[in-house]
Design a binder for this molecule. Structure first.
Ligand SMILES: [Cu+2]
Length: 402
């Protein structure tokens, strides 16, 4: 890390300490404010300063984590959604800070058939090819970005295993390209976003993807129209969380989507999206070498966002990260947590961790669940251990308080 960054960190720390002290003086102990009843999660008004937005968000949502909660009675859909911190403002476009804890659980339609109840969750994703996305605090704007619902990454859709999921993807008539949505997880081929109508939503058209959610886990979704690297680089992707019917251990949860931006993709040329023909090969002609590469790397869309706005968490408290790698052009990405180790659940498809580590290396599209608790207070970095990526934006800070 460069000296200027250490200086920046010191400034951030000094400013944050000042804000915290001021907030405590004004509003009382943040520790007391953070302990709220599970049944009130997501509805309690924060008593913390608005100046530290993320702290407010996390304090609002911090559940009582002193017990190792297990669930013996079955929860209603609305109880479970409250526990999962589902945001009711499904039309809202979260900022990159809000994105961390912003779960869109869709519009719920419940059907009761005798003793069986079936939950259907409906989502709408509207494509834009003309979005402007702030990707760094220095004023850098990614434009024109292609987005689902106006943000990069697109909305985090959160459902429960067994739910019927309906995702309507609208490609407006102003678009110049065909798009689609391909989500990982189990579903029929005609809902896969590749072949047939699900794979080619032309401008002015829409398609509704319908599937029964399963298995539980954490998945990416993204446009699957060729050249896919262009459609992904421009921003058409997001996270899909399928929760188990019986909840995981209760803890505060975050989404971290690792991505990058090739800012001059169009100038460098679109592709490659095909192999050479036999004639081209015989004539010693090979398609142009494309040198696509990212100039900016982030977690959740904006470079250095969580360095400039450290994420407040508490000592001896459990946290869960749904971590997804949507980086294009680089073979791998990594996640390293300072001063700690974490449990890792590949793809989140098991409740038993596969290993305990302080670093995780993921290929394109790979993802999983990270869980940890800090025994000591202090500031701790999390970042790609590929230091080029860190220097170009992919680093953040946890501020661990008592
Ligand atoms: Cu597309």
């Amino acid at each position: 890390m460069t000296k200027s960054y250490y200086n920046a960190i010191q400034c951030v720390i000094a400013l944050s300490v000042f804000l915290v002290v001021s907030a405590i003086a004004l509003y009382g102990s943040p520790v007391n404010a953070s302990i709220i009843n599970i049944s009130k999660a997501g509805t309690e008004n924060s008593t913390f300063s608005d100046m530290i937005n993320l702290e407010k968000v996390l304090l609002q949502n911090n559940l009582n984590l002193t017990s190792e909660s297990t669930y013996t009675k079955s929860l209603t859909v609305s109880e479970y959604d409250k526990l999962k911190n589902c945001n009711t403002e499904t039309d809202k476009r979260p900022t990159s800070i809000e994105y961390l804890t912003f779960f869109n659980c869709g519009h719920i339609v419940s059907n009761h058939n005798n003793s069986e109840s079936q939950t259907t969750r409906e989502f709408t994703l509207i494509v834009s090819e003309n979005s402007s996305i702030p990707i760094a605090s220095n004023g850098l704007i990614f434009s024109p970005a292609w987005t689902f619902n106006g943000t990069i990454p697109g909305p985090t859709m959160r459902v429960t295993e067994g739910d019927i999921v309906k995702i309507k993807v609208i490609n407006p008539s102003e678009s110049n390209h065909t798009h689609s949505m391909h989500m990982h997880s189990i579903h029929p081929g005609d809902m896969d976003g590749v072949e047939g109508p699900s794979g080619f939503i032309e401008p002015g058209q829409n398609f509704t993807y319908i599937f029964k959610a399963g298995p539980y886990g954490v998945y990416p979704y993204h446009c699957h129209v060729t050249p896919i690297d262009q459609h992904i680089n421009n921003g058409l992707y997001g996270a899909l969380i399928i929760d188990p019917k019986t909840p995981r251990q209760n803890m505060s949860e975050m989404v971290m989507m690792m991505n990058g931006y090739d800012l001059d993709y169009e100038k460098e040329g679109v592709g490659p999206s095909r192999i050479p023909t036999p004639e081209e090969y015989r004539e010693d002609y090979m398609p142009q070498e494309f040198e696509h590469g990212n100039e900016v790397y982030t977690v959740n869309g904006k470079a250095f966002d969580y360095m400039e706005n450290p994420i407040l968490i508490h000592q001896d408290t459990n946290y869960r990260i749904f971590l997804i790698n949507m980086l294009e052009f680089d073979q791998v990405n990594s996640f390293h947590l300072h001063g700690n180790v974490f449990k890792y659940y590949p793809s989140g498809t098991s409740k038993t961790p596969s290993f305990i580590n302080d670093i995780l290396t993921l290929g394109q599209g790979d993802r999983g669940i990270v869980e940890f608790s800090y025994p000591y207070t202090g500031y701790y970095m999390f970042h790609s251990h590929i230091n080029e990526f860190s220097d170009l934006g992919w680093m953040g800070l946890f501020k661990v308080m008592e």
